[in-house]
Design a protein around this ligand. Sequence first.
Ligand SMILES: [Zn+2]
Length: 253
Amino acid sequence: MTNDIVSQWPIPKKSKEILIKNGYDYIKKFHGMQLKILFDIGLDWNSIKRIVGILIDNKVKFGYFAPDKSWNDNKWREFIENLVSQGIVSWKDVVLNTLGELNPPQVGTSIASNENFKKQFPKRKTMKEVMKWFYNQNGKCVNCGTRINIEVDHFKSKDEFIKEGKSPDEADTLNNLQLLCKRCNVIKRESHKFGGLSFATAQATLMWIIFYHRPKTYEEFCDLCRRYGLTMASIRFQEAWAMAIWLKKDGKY
Ligand SMILES: [Zn+2]
């Protein structure tokens, strides 16, 4: 547990001074804060990442840029219509990609062929039981409700079984499975402490920033990425920036 008093946090002295000068002297002051404020008061990314880590560890709820909170369906429609009218994607692309993401997960490969499941059922009956379970689900992420990019997830993780001194194989029962979307599944993992700070998947957020904000320089793009809660290594930003460079060649950026 980190100390509640900011002056004792393991961050650079200069960053502490900036925080305290702006009234953030105590952890409680961060409740409900917008992440962007940390940038606006002049903190560097390394300090911000550490501060965000401390806030997450202490379960402090803070806000972040999230267009999906204020965007209605019209706004999203306009956005995609813009991409189509600029010839960046076609309607066919939009439809086929969406359909592809709607396709239910391959439980035949991931569950029915798993030895831990197989040994719970009579020979050659596993697939039938797995499909019965599968059809009994409602096909939506139990966390956010989307039908897009659904995966089968262990309700109680293998790690939790290990922590209780049990075998991780015990997690492999149909009763312990649920449907989660890819994003909710990733965020759930403890190793993804910073997951879920951005409003969409990292890939989608990166492209949303490029197409919506149209940053003029790579530096501006990086800054926006951080402000939207993307915490990954900047190599991912460099790769995503290729989109701006490619579009420039086509006169579309
Ligand atoms: Zn979800």
